[in-house]
Design a protein around this ligand. Structure first.
Ligand SMILES: NC(=O)c1ccc[n+]([C@@H]2O[C@H](COP(=O)([O-])OP(=O)(O)OC[C@H]3O[C@@H](n4cnc5c(N)ncnc54)[C@H](O)[C@@H]3O)[C@@H](O)[C@H]2O)c1
Length: 250
């Protein structure tokens, strides 16, 4: 049985990704700082006949990242697929963008991905390969997002992370790709304080060519594809999954 480890899998896109991999027959390692939500996802998967376990994991901690991945490798062997999904998007105007706020977003949204990759890769190499999928954003690949400069910068950084890792790890049989979601109906996008909120998401549906905002499953299925054998000749790519938003808004 293949093993997938997903960061930030208690809610939103990470949760949908956990269910998509479970349905595809993977053992799912659900990780998050949200302990109750993460445990509930693992329990739901098991109740449906799948294989899952929850580990508390804050991606800002190198020690915890290393410890959780080592524990998973001891019980399940090398991780086949790593999904670096955990992320925050806080609204902070430039005037208020302290070093601490900048660093906090980068610590989760970019460095947190590197921490998980760095911990999982040695055993992936020993096993002869694997795949890694990182979550960027349309705000990283194409748009600028006012009052979210740190987020946009971190999500652009994910593209560089994906490309660099893809080249460095290709000879080891490890593929590294990314997904750049458009507007997806999750707690992040529904936040009235930090993002579009309910009304903003509804308004966005009107200018998205496909006429609706994304659902977490829309993203999860592309992550599953990128991890699968169907994407065996793809590495270093970041795919926008946005209902036609980037190509259609001009
Ligand atoms: N929803 C969107 O419209 C959208 C668009 C583009 C990109 N994304 C990206 O997709 C990913 C998932 O976002 P989502 O919309 O499901 O958001 P969400 O807020 O619903 O979920 C984010 C998850 O990350 C976890 N997390 C936060 N800080 C963490 C930390 N320090 N350690 C471990 N986990 C942590 C949260 O607990 C939560 O489970 C993020 O990287 C996000 O930036 C989302």
């Amino acid at each position: 049985m293949k093993t997938v480890l997903i960061t930030g899998a208690g809610i939103g896109i990470g949760k949908a990704t956990a269910h998509a991999f479970a349905k595809d027959g993977y053992r799912v390692i659900v990780t998050d700082v949200l302990v109750d939500e993460g445990n509930a996802v693992a329990e739901d998967i098991k109740r449906a006949g799948g294989s899952a376990e929850f580990h508390a994991l804050d991606v800002t901690s190198t020690d915890q990242t290393n410890a959780v991945i080592a524990a998973v490798e001891t019980s399940s062997g090398a991780i086949d697929t790593l999904v670096c999904n955990a992320g925050i998007a806080h609204k902070v105007p430039l005037d208020d963008l302290s070093d601490e706020k900048w660093d906090h977003t980068f610590d989760i949204d970019l460095k947190g991905m590197m921490r998980a990759v760095r911990a999982a890769v040695p055993k992936m190499k020993e096993a002869g390969g694997g795949s890694i999928v990182c979550l960027s954003s349309i705000m990283g690949v194409a748009y600028g997002w006012d009052e979210h400069v740190h987020y946009s910068a971190a999500k652009s950084g994910v593209i560089g992370l994906v490309r660099g890792l893809a080249v460095e790890l290709a000879a080891s049989g490890i593929r590294v790709n990314g997904v750049a979601p458009g507007y997806v109906r999750t707690a992040q996008a529904l936040s009235e304080v930090h993002s579009l909120g309910h009304v903003g998401l509804q308004a966005a549906a009107e200018f998205i060519p496909m006429g609706r905002v994304g659902e977490p499953d829309d993203i999860a299925d592309v992550i599953l594809f990128l991890a699968s054998k169907a994407a065996r000749y793809m590495t270093g790519q970041v795919i926008a999954v946005d209902g036609g938003l980037l190509v259609g808004r001009y």
